[in-house]
Design a protein around this ligand. Structure first.
Ligand code: RP5
Length: 175
């Protein structure tokens, strides 16, 4: 088993039921999506990470999306690049909130991913974040915010996280 595969499976091994699922269209998306995973880990939010391709594993996509709510998931973060159907297709199968992360593509630097994810027809929403690392991180923060509306302890952890980020900003630039 590769080191990355081991990381992708580590949350399945601790036996905690995941509240957030981070899915991605390809192994190559992990370098972006790991920023969402790191944030969730930092805030101690049980989550899973999976590869689900709209194009290459369509049956896996349907099985994942149709079972998501029944498995106790509350939020889905879906990252994909290029013709990025994954978040929209998942949203078509579930009423859970779906946060879409456009992964930066080589050909069009993620503009294709962004437009594919953001331009959903009315009625099938995908909350679309920025292209790349910032989008993945913010998807993690948004997932935490959604869960925190019903979890005072998590809300306090999120407040602390934000306060630490603020405290790290200096008043003046260093020479
Ligand atoms: C998409 O195609 C994936 O989400 C990925 O961003 C992109 C390239 O995939 P690989 O060719 O690296 O597997 O489906």
């Amino acid at each position: 088993m590769s080191e990355t595969t081991e990381i992708l499976r580590q949350d399945e091994q601790d036996g905690t039921a995941p509240l957030v699922s981070i899915i991605m269209g390809s192994q190559s998306d992990w370098d972006t999506m790991r920023h969402a995973a790191s944030l969730l880990t930092e805030l101690n939010i049980p989550h899973e990470r999976r590869i689900v391709s709209a194009h290459r594993t369509p049956d896996r996509l349907v099985e994942f999306a149709r079972s998501a709510q029944g498995r106790g998931l509350k939020v889905i973060i879906a990252g994909a690049g290029g013709a990025a159907h994954l978040p929209g297709m998942v949203s078509a199968w579930t009423i859970l909130p779906v946060l879409g992360v456009p992964v930066e593509s080589q050909a069009l630097r993620g503009m294709d991913s962004l437009l594919s994810i953001v331009q959903m027809p009315g009625g099938v929403p995908v909350g679309t974040l920025a292209i790349g690392k910032a989008g993945a991180l913010n998807a993690g923060i948004l997932a935490a915010s959604i869960l925190a509306t019903n979890d005072a302890n998590l809300s306090a952890r999120l407040e602390t996280w934000r306060a630490m980020r603020s405290a790290a900003v200096g008043d003046y630039p260093e020479e």
